[in-house]
Design a protein. Sequence first.
Length: 331
Amino acid sequence: MTSNNDTLLKVDDLTMHFPIYRGVFQRQVGAVRAVDGVSFEVKRGETLGLVGESGCGKSTTGRTILQLYKPTAGSVTFDGQDLVKMKGEELRIMRRKMQMIFQDPYASLNPRMTVEELVGEPLIVHNVVPPKEVSEHVKHLLETVNLNPAFASRYPHEFSGGQRQRIGIARALALQPSFIVCDEPISALDVSIQAQVVNLLEELQDQFNLTYLFIAHDLSMVRHISDRVAVMYLGVIVELTGRDELYNKPLHPYTQALLSAVPIPDPVADAQRQRTILEGDVPSPANPPSGCRFRTRCPIAEARCAEARPEFREVEPGHFVACFFAERFLK
């Protein structure tokens, strides 16, 4: 997809299965296939959006990339080095370049620690600055995310949801990373605050040349912040292309169904557009369908969809789709 010099992160056939144990002797009887053969690249300085229904494996993908979960198979190459093969001190040093902004600002901050302790902890753990200078660095980080430095002595419960998320962003920036996984950073916030946080993330990206993997449900927000978008369904990526290309010409039936559910502010246009209503429920990741994962709900599925898994292929330059019939939607 990109030249090696431009590629910061390369994920190749990433797989994360969680074993299922039953019985007195806790024997493994199966596995939850949360992520099942995901491949993509992220260029330096870009934002790759990752969208899909709840439970499709988006957050697990982000955590597995950062090695918070050790993958079952596959490789994660970050800045030319394979993270999967790293252990101990080598991985700890590499973690300085990779950070995560968590979904729930109420759960991701320790209520017993002050803001200064929360934001300053990475600086102390990685011995980035002398202990006497931590307080000054924390205040500078709070100013960077538009928070009053005088708040450093307060505890998380004294802040609103949007302020807490800014504290989480300041903590992620503490080690000056080059790559940040944004795991639905706005989904727990009020709508009025979401735009402020997204605008802040964009400003920080320009200021520090950051690279984002932006995981979200809100398709309109993903379109606003992302350069390219990957659509995920039941542990696999079904479509990946540029932002405008995806929204103007979706080639996978699942992507078309997702986009048809996005409200349009024009009542006339909203009434005239064709909607794709998916039938049935999302299958269990512990027992996914054979062949194409989406075939049980797909309006154009045929017999061959059950026999083989469609290849994730480049249908047009930079437009990757995992569907046997993607060419039907080309115009």
